[in-house]
Design a protein around this ligand. Structure first.
Ligand code: ZN
Length: 290
């Protein structure tokens, strides 16, 4: 059954309780007809195709390099690329899946609680969520979220800004973040927000490509650059912008904001960025002792 069209979008109470106004930071948002209303500033946030839109005017504008025509072309073809990366029968698809599976296995060892799928996109991690009913998604890309809702209409998702999460302090038990931070231009802002919304003792599970490593570069030359570097698209140039952060930069930044409980490497187990393709982190708040 789909209630979203006739009787107005439903927001389960457990998710409504963690939202806050991204403009004035008040909590206690209420559902009013086709929008969420803030009791603090009176601002309303409309639902667009079943997705609550909690993005305010972006306070951080992307650097000029993001206007690069090759990058723009690459981003506009993201859905075709998505289908290629998630073709489970291919080698590329198996590499892609490794991060999702590792995050799923790590999640199974944690106490159950409210989980945020941060940067959920089109729902690639949804099939790997340990408890979808206790999870919700957030992403800034409305077309991706609409694609997700078509596949998983019962999954509660909001449109939100990773640099200004519309969530209360210490409100979620677990954050899963798969293949996302490598794209974050303002990486420290995103990590700071993740730490803010996480409960004390909560867990963060992050999967990242080993961007910049020898093996990753080799894979790019052999597979993706051949597949996408066609019709005048400079794929390597586009990806140099798309994957804004290399794995060394990501590793340092994660450690600045979180205490790393465990790091896992794929396909080799050796802790080397150069000889792996995917790195998976289990983190907790920086100041917490084991
Ligand atoms: Zn407000």
């Amino acid at each position: 059954m789909n209630h979203t069209h006739r009787s107005g979008p439903l927001v389960p109470e457990k998710f409504l309780a963690v939202l806050r106004c991204p403009s004035c930071r008040a909590s206690g948002l209420t559902v009013e007809s086709e929008s969420l209303a803030c009791p603090g500033c009176g601002r309303t946030y409309p639902f667009q195709s079943g997705v609550a839109d909690l993005v305010v005017d972006l306070p951080l504008s992307p650097p000029r390099i993001c206007e690069d025509p090759h990058y723009r072309r690459w981003v506009s073809s993201r859905f075709q690329a998505h289908d290629y990366f998630y073709d489970q029968t291919s080698l590329v698809g198996r590499v892609q899946r490794a991060g999702h599976l590792a995050v799923r296995r790590m999640a199974e060892e944690l106490p159950e609680g409210l989980t945020l799928d941060l940067g959920c996109g089109t729902g690639a991690h949804y099939p790997y969520l340990r408890n979808p009913a206790q999870s919700f998604g957030l992403d800034i890309d409305q077309p991706s979220l609409e694609r997700l809702k078509a596949l998983y209409p019962d999954f509660f998702v909001v449109r939100g800004d990773a640099y200004n999460l519309p969530l209360k302090d210490h409100s979620v038990s677990c954050i899963v973040n798969v293949y996302n931070l490598e794209h974050m231009v303002f990486l420290d802002h995103a990590l700071e927000e993740m730490a803010r919304v996480l409960v004390q003792g909560g867990d963060v599970l992050i999967a990242l490509p080993s961007e910049g490593s020898l093996l990753w570069e080799m894979g790019r030359r052999l597979f993706t650059a051949r597949r996408f570097g066609i019709g005048g698209l400079d794929y390597r140039r586009a990806l140099a912008i798309d994957h804004f952060n290399c794995i060394w930069q990501l590793d340092k930044a994660i450690k600045r904001h979180f205490r790393v409980v465990r790091r896992q490497f794929f396909p080799l187990r050796l802790p080397s960025f150069h000889f792996n393709l995917v790195v998976i982190y289990h983190c907790r708040h920086r100041d917490q002792e084991p």
